[in-house]
Design a protein around this ligand. Structure first.
Ligand code: KIV
Ligand code: ZN
Length: 518
């Protein structure tokens, strides 16, 4: 490997999916994988195939479609996991198996019930078996940062001798400090036999808000692969955010002297896609991709920027894919202009998808004078986030509220193709809609979160509503956009309900009573 390059290993679809409530469907994972490939991500960790038939199917689908990134499947050090991972990866152009086992005394004793010697034997046996299945094997020493350093070095040595080409050092519980982590990686690189022949990797969790700092410190210690996720989603407080790691390397290139293959101009699009699919919205002040990341409020700053952008901007918004929100289309724009703008934004739609999107665009243009790139992206994400037939479809909606009449929603809903109508009250208009929808659908889903966001400025802006619902341990996100936020709210709720229905159906077929906790 070129020592001047940092390999970017994305685990949005595996560790990212372990964020509570972020579970994704196969088609959604494929959409994200396509975006990651387009961005130039080196390795896509597509899932943990033995965990469920859905995970297996998603890894297999990604493996057979994506050609320009390695596709990786996670596996415990168990023969059944390994065989399943290899089968899921059989269609991949560049398959990788990622094996892990814990090396800290706490995990070995309490979780695995294995002696340190038994763990070393398991690593040796499993890495050899994996290397017989695929040419590219990665080994992770789970809870590495709380492991005895000398034992960790032995474990890493065994994995290298058995055929692992990448050695990942996870800060599984987000415990390390940057100086310690840098030193740990440097120690392993310097002392473990064969270390110079493999790539060291860092996988940092954000429990102390140090995931990105620790990833950069690992690079200083000699790591040449960083494991990260879009928007930093992941187990508990999340993983290192890819956009932050990559931009730190880019903006501070003089300090690191290292490059990645990632096209940073795709970050905003990737971030929005992951937010739409998971329902996990980033906070406005999130570095790189937050709504305020390039917004300058203070008069002194604005004055400085007008004189010279470099006074208060260390990178250009365009470098991360933030367009100026230029006015692009309107009511009189034709299909040709619409297609051409979408192509410029990187969308390749079939004729049928284009026709459907164009109908939605025309409807929006009747309600909203100026259509910005962000509106188009929202319009498209709304049309592509579903999968399979919907049980519930909104036919008509009327809502009253204000200070004179009690909030009431009257809804006509198609349930399995049959129209049902009902009117109901609530403590506010959205509450009235959601209570009425619950009754009409017979759903007992609980609303976990509800967020409204204006896509572009102005009171005629598209309102984008994201909801997350939970029922029997299953969680699903829904997303709706409309110039009327009450319509957007109803759509978002129904999309989440439709997703829950599909999950229930799949579980019914697989004989699962309620969703297993990972
Ligand atoms: O955090 C962790 O230790 C992991 C491993 C499976 C790499 O996610
Ligand atoms: Zn992790």
């Amino acid at each position: 490997m070129d020592q001047g390059m940092i390999r970017i290993f994305d685990t949005t679809l595996r560790d990212g999916e372990q964020s509570p409530g972020a579970s994704m469907q196969k088609e959604e994972k494929l959409q994200i994988a396509r975006q990651l490939e387009k961005m130039g991500v080196d390795v896509i960790e597509a899932g943990f195939p033995v965990a469920s038939p859905d995970d297996f199917a998603a890894v297999a689908a990604i493996a057979s479609e994506v050609r320009n990134s390695s596709i990786c499947a996670l596996s415990r050090c168990r023969p059944e996991d390994l065989e399943t991972a290899a089968r899921a990866l059989s269609g991949a152009a560049a398959p990788r198996i990622h094996l892990f086992i814990a090396t800290s005394a706490l995990h070995m004793e309490k979780k695995l019930g294995l002696s340190p010697e038994a763990v070393l034997e398991t690593i040796d046996r499993s890495v050899r078996r994996a290397a017989g299945l695929v040419g590219d094997v990665e080994f992770s020493a789970e809870d590495a940062t709380r492991s005895d350093r000398d034992f960790l070095a032995r474990a890493v040595g065994v994995a290298i001798a058995a055929g692992a080409r990448t050695i990942n050092i996870p800060d599984t519980v987000g415990y390390a400090l940057p100086s310690e982590f840098r030193e740990l990686v440097a120690f392993l690189v310097a002392t473990v036999p064969g270390a110079r022949e493999v790539v060291f990797s860092a996988h940092c969790h954000n429990d102390l808000g140090l995931a990105v700092a620790n990833s950069l410190a690992a690079i200083e210690g000699g790591a040449r692969q960083i494991e990260c996720t879009i928007n930093g989603i992941g187990e508990r407080a999340g993983n290192a955010a890819m956009e932050e790691v990559v931009m730190a390397l880019k903006v501070r290139r003089a300090a690191f002297g290292l490059d990645t293959r990632v096209r940073s101009e795709e970050f905003i699009r990737a971030s929005r896609l992951v937010q739409t699919i998971t329902g996990m919205l980033v906070q406005p002040n999130k570095a790189i991709v937050g709504a305020n990341a390039f917004a300058h409020e203070s008069g002194i700053h604005q004055d400085g920027l007008l004189k010279d952008k470099r006074t208060y901007e260390i990178m250009l918004p365009e470098q991360v894919g933030l367009s100026e929100g230029a006015l692009v289309l309107g009511k009189h724009s034709g299909r040709h202009a619409f297609r051409s703008r979408l192509e410029t934004l990187g969308y390749r739609l079939s004729e049928e998808e284009l026709s459907q999107a164009f109908v939605r665009f025309k409807k929006l243009a009747d309600q909203k004078k100026d259509i910005y790139d962000e509106d188009l992206e929202t319009l498209l994400s709304e049309g592509t986030s579903g999968q399979g037939a919907d049980r519930f479809r909104l036919e008509r909606l009327a809502v009253s509220g204000g200070t004179l009449v009690p909030p009431t929603a009257t809804i006509v809903l198609a349930v399995d193709g049959e129209e049902r109508q009902m009117a109901g009250l609530g403590s506010g208009p959205v509450d009235a809609i959601y209570r009425t929808l619950s009754k009409l659908t017979g759903s007992s889903a609980r609303l976990l979160s509800f967020t409204v966001k204006g896509i572009t400025g102005g009171s005629d802006a598209l309102g984008e509503v994201t909801v997350r619902l939970e029922e029997d341990g299953r969680v699903a996100a829904g997303h709706g956009a409309d110039t009327d936020i009450l319509v957007a709210s109803a759509r978002a709720y129904l999309e989440a309900l439709n997703r829950l229905e599909r999950k229930k159906e799949r579980d019914r077929r697989a004989g699962v009573v309620s969703q297993p906790v990972l």
